[in-house]
Design a protein around this ligand. Structure first.
Ligand SMILES: NC(=O)c1ccc[n+]([C@@H]2O[C@H](COP(=O)([O-])OP(=O)(O)OC[C@H]3O[C@@H](n4cnc5c(N)ncnc54)[C@H](OP(=O)(O)O)[C@@H]3O)[C@@H](O)[C@H]2O)c1
Length: 337
C-alpha cells in the first residue's frame, strides 16, 4: 500500500467539506488505487492542524492557533496540496503563495479558488511544468459541471471552434426567477440571499466577474490560451429590467448570462453578457441553479453538458475527482517504474 499525504490550505466551507469527503473515501482509494491517502495538514488564515499519521475526522473541529502559512504546509510532508482559500482576482489571494511554494517544490496541486489561477495561471503552469507536478482545477472551473473534463478528455484532439457557458448558478437563478415569475432584479436577489446561495455582496456574480473568471480558466487551462481578465468584455445582469424580460418572453426568448469564446481567424474573442435563446435551444432549458456548457468542435460537432449539485458537497466532489486523476497517474507511474 502506497502512502499518499494530502494537505488543505483554506479550511472554510469548501475546504472542510473536501476534507470530510476525502476521509470518508479512504477505503475507496485503498481498494481502487492501492493508496493509503492521509490528510496530514489543514489550515485557515490563523489556525491549523498537522499529523504525519493522518488526521481523523473528529480532530478537524479543533484547529490550533498559529499553525498556518506556506512553511507550515511545506513542512507537513504533504505530496498533494488542495487549495481552497478566498478568491481575489486582483492579487491572486493567499492561495497564490501556497501554490507557488507547492508546485515549485514538486507537490501536485488541486485548486478550488479561482483567484490564483486568474492572476497567476501562466506562472503556476510554468512551475508545474518545471517540476513535473500535476495542476488540476476542476473545483475552480465550474465544479460539478464537468467543463474542463470535456476539453481535456472528452473532446481531446478536436479543435474547439467555440464554447459558451452558463457558468454562474446565482445569475441563472435570478434571470430565471425574473423571467418565469415576473419579479424584478432586486426582489429576486433578496430571495436568493435569504435562501443563502447569493452572497451578501453579490457583485462578483451579478456583474459577470465569476462567469468571466471561469471562462478564462477554461480558455487558459482547457485550450492552452493565455487570456487575462482584462481581455474579456464583461457585462452583468444588474441593468436588466422587467420590461426587457417581458418583451423577450413575448418573442419566446430566454435570457441567460453567458461566457462565450469564439476562435476567429486572428485569434480568440471572449466576452460575458446576456444572450437570448429560443425555446428549442438546450441552453434555454437550463433553469434555476443549473449551469451548462456548449462546446462546438471541428470534428466532433456540438456537445452540451448541463449540471448542478448541492454545495459545498458538489465542489468538494469535483476537487476529489481531480485527486482520483492524480492517483490514477501516480499508479500508472508506479507500474511503469
Ligand atoms: N462556495 C462555492 O459554491 C464554491 C464553488 C467553487 C469554488 N469556490 C471557491 O472556493 C473557495 C473557498 O470558498 P468557501 O466558501 O469555502 O470560502 P470560506 O468559507 O470563506 O473559506 C475560505 C478559507 O480560506 C481561509 N484563508 C484565508 N486566508 C488564508 C491564508 N492566508 N492561509 C490559509 N487559509 C486562509 C479562511 O480562513 P479563516 O477561516 O481563518 O478566515 C477560510 O478557512 C473560494 O475561493 C471560492 O471562490 C466556492
Amino acid at each position: 500500500m502506497h502512502v499518499l499525504k494530502v494537505a488543505i490550505a483554506g479550511f472554510g466551507r469548501i475546504g472542510r467539506a473536501t476534507g470530510d469527503l476525502l476521509l470518508s473515501r479512504r477505503e475507496r482509494y485503498r481498494r481502487l488505487y492501492c493508496a493509503d491517502v492521509r490528510l496530514v495538514a489543514v489550515c485557515g488564515s490563523r489556525a491549523g492542524l498537522a499529523d504525519a499519521e493522518g488526521l481523523e475526522p473528529h480532530r478537524l473541529d479543533d484547529l490550533e492557533l498559529g499553525l498556518t502559512g506556506t512553511d507550515f504546509i511545506a513542512t507537513s510532508g504533504a505530496e498533494i496540496l488542495v487549495e481552497a482559500g478566498p478568491s481575489d482576482y486582483r492579487t491572486g489571494g493567499p492561495g497564490l503563495a501556497y501554490l507557488r511554494s507547492a508546485l515549485s517544490g514538486g507537490l501536485d496541486a488541486i485548486v478550488i479558488s479561482k483567484g490564483p489561477l486568474v492572476r497567476g495561471g501562466r506562472e503556476l503552469r510554468g512551475f508545474a511544468k518545471g517540476s513535473g507536478s500535476m495542476l488540476r482545477i476542476s473545483g475552480a472551473a465550474g465544479a460539478a459541471l464537468p467543463a474542463i473534463d470535456l476539453l481535456e478528455h472528452g473532446l481531446l484532439g478536436a479543435t474547439v471552434v467555440s464554447a459558451e457557458g452558463i457558468l454562474n448558478a446565482t445569475t441563472n437563478y435570478l434571470l430565471d426567477a425574473m423571467a418565469t415569475r415576473g419579479i424584478g432584479f432586486e426582489e429576486a436577489l433578496r430571495e436568493a440571499q435569504s435562501g443563502g446561495f447569493a452572497e451578501p455582496d453579490p457583485r462578483n456574480d451579478t456583474q459577470g466577474w465569476d462567469t468571466a473568471a471561469k471562462l478564462l480558466l477554461l480558455a487558459n487551462f482547457g485550450l492552452g490560451l493565455d487570456l487575462a481578465l482584462e481581455d474579456l468584455a464583461v457585462t452583468g445582469i444588474e441593468a436588466v429590467t422587467q420590461d426587457q424580460i417581458a418583451a423577450w418572453r413575448q418573442q419566446g426568448l430566454s435570457p441567460k448570462l453567458v461566457g462565450r469564446l469564439v476562435r476567429e481567424e486572428r485569434g480568440v474573442s471572449a466576452e460575458v453578457g446576456i444572450r437570448l435563446y429560443g425555446a428549442n435551444d438546450p441552453l434555454a432549458r437550463v433553469t434555476g441553479k443549473n449551469k451548462a456548457i456548449r462546446i462546438t468542435t471541428d470534428a466532433m460537432g456540438e456537445t452540451v453538458a448541463i449540471g448542478s449539485g448541492t454545495e459545498p458537497l458538489a465542489t468538494a466532489a469535483a476537487a476529489l475527482k481531480d485527486l482520483e486523476h492524480i492517483l490514477i497517474a501516480r499508479l500508472a507511474g508506479r507500474r511503469a517504474g
